[in-house]
Design a protein around this ligand. Structure first.
Ligand SMILES: N[C@@H](CCC(=O)N[C@@H](CS)C(=O)NCC(=O)O)C(=O)O
Length: 348
């Protein structure tokens, strides 16, 4: 209800509503005791509800991590399922506090919507899914194909670029709702389904016979997916950004949900700073090592995140890794010192 009201408001007042909703998100969140987090309408591994409306996924765990950092309780999240088209308006209007919904960081989204991307929680790229019976082995064989996709996404734009660059004709079959896209593809109303590669693997799991569909080898774009906040609230931006960095630093330092209590006695100064462990200075005075203050949070901000949600590696494995149906390799999402791109500045 609130969402619908706010969406209507946003369309009336446009960016004026965005500006007024821009400041002091931390105070709002503390006052209401919950974080309103925008997620997808259902994408396995990223944000997906079960039959009891319990949400899970990497994007959901990120909402939980922010709630743990800010409110000390990862369960204090209200999920707003949003389709691709409505997601940014929901954030602009103030209906949600953070958008954590497989959203690609692009220049126009970052600079013209009154919004800011806080990091890249998942490096992705766009791919194609086709029925195996078509015998297609490469995207370069797709000339003349009809392609199913969702409106309001980077997907439709990359599709146009790719076919143009390769001088191939194609027909778009686009829908606002993901379920309509999937239905059309499964009913054979298009030859190809295209989206972020992680999305292809996730959606294929919903099909009656997943093995009858293949993901083609080409990756046609960069899709850096990450959380988004309103522009103009530097403190909230820093909270969201440093929650993400805390997840990465915890993994790099070997701090996990299972060992974080023991880690409080670690002699490693980087771990001491991450967990705000008080230490003695050489002159005998005490350093509080409290970096939470800089983002308006308590000293346990990162401890609560790690204890309740785990580090980035734990989140990845739980939602996307080898123990899940998706079985996605860490690849570009490995830490920088393990051959990947995930890199966080230090806490100091
Ligand atoms: N990363 C792309 C695509 C994101 C996207 O919306 N993908 C679709 C297809 S997998 C999706 O997640 N749909 C789920 C939904 O609408 O709830 C973007 O930011 O535009």
């Amino acid at each position: 209800m609130k969402l619908i009201k706010n969406l209507a408001l946003a369309s009336v007042f446009g960016l004026a509503a965005a500006a007024s909703a821009g400041a002091a998100t931390l105070d709002d969140v503390k006052a209401k005791g919950v974080i309103d987090c925008g997620v997808s309408q259902g994408l396995i591994g990223f944000s997906n509800p079960d039959s009891n409306n319990n949400w899970s996924g990497l994007d959901v765990d990120f909402c939980k991590a922010v709630a743990a950092a800010v409110l000390g309780d990862a369960t204090k999240v209200k999920y707003s399922p949003l389709n691709a088209k409505e997601r940014f308006t929901a954030l602009q209007s103030g209906a949600i506090d953070v958008l954590s919904r497989n959203s690609t960081w692009t220049m126009s989204r970052d600079t013209t919507l009154g919004l800011s991307f806080a990091g890249v929680t998942y490096y992705d790229g766009q791919g194609f899914l086709v029925p195996s019976k078509l015998g297609v082995k490469s995207a370069l064989e797709l000339g003349g194909a009809s392609v199913c996709t969702q409106t309001g996404t980077t997907t439709e734009l990359n599709l146009a670029d790719y076919f143009k660059a390769n001088k191939m004709e194609y027909k778009v079959v686009a829908f606002e709702k993901n379920e309509e896209v999937l239905k059309a593809y499964q009913e054979g109303r298009c030859d190809v389904f295209t989206t972020d590669q992680s999305g292809l693997y996730a959606e294929r799991l919903k099909f009656t016979n997943p093995a009858e569909h293949v993901v083609l080898p080409e990756i046609i774009s960069k899709e850096p997916l990450g959380p988004v906040v309103r522009q103009g609230d530097a403190q909230w931006f820093n909270i969201v950004r440093w929650t993400y960095f805390a997840l990465l630093n915890a993994e790099e330092l070997g701090v996990t949900s299972a060992n974080v209590d023991q880690m409080k006695t670690s002699e490693n100064p980087e771990i001491q700073r991450l967990l705000s462990v008080k230490v003695k200075n050489p002159d005998g005075t005490e350093a509080d090592n409290d970096f939470g203050k800089g983002i308006g949070l308590g000293p346990d901000w990162a401890y609560n995140v790690i204890k309740q949600v785990g580090n980035y590696g734990e989140i990845f494995e739980r939602n996307l890794g080898q123990s899940t149906d998706l079985k996605i390799a860490r690849g570009e999402n490995a830490l920088w010192n393990q051959g990947g791109l995930q890199y966080a500045p230090p806490v100091r």
